[in-house]
Design a protein. Sequence first.
Length: 74
Amino acid sequence: MEQITIQIRDRRKARALGTFLKSLDYVEKVTIANTKIPLKTRAKKADFFASAGIWSKRIVTVDSLRSSAWPRRK
């Protein structure tokens, strides 16, 4: 007997895959482990207005953006 281990992030999709595998006649047993993945540590809330003046002394125009995005090739 052969055994395959698959790790799936989404629990609903894992259940759907399990249901599909159970419907196959050559699959003997399907076991879905309910292991919980620890959540990543959440970042501290950043103050939105802390970076309010970051672009205050920079002049940005449509033409300057276009020239830097699509430079003319010679």
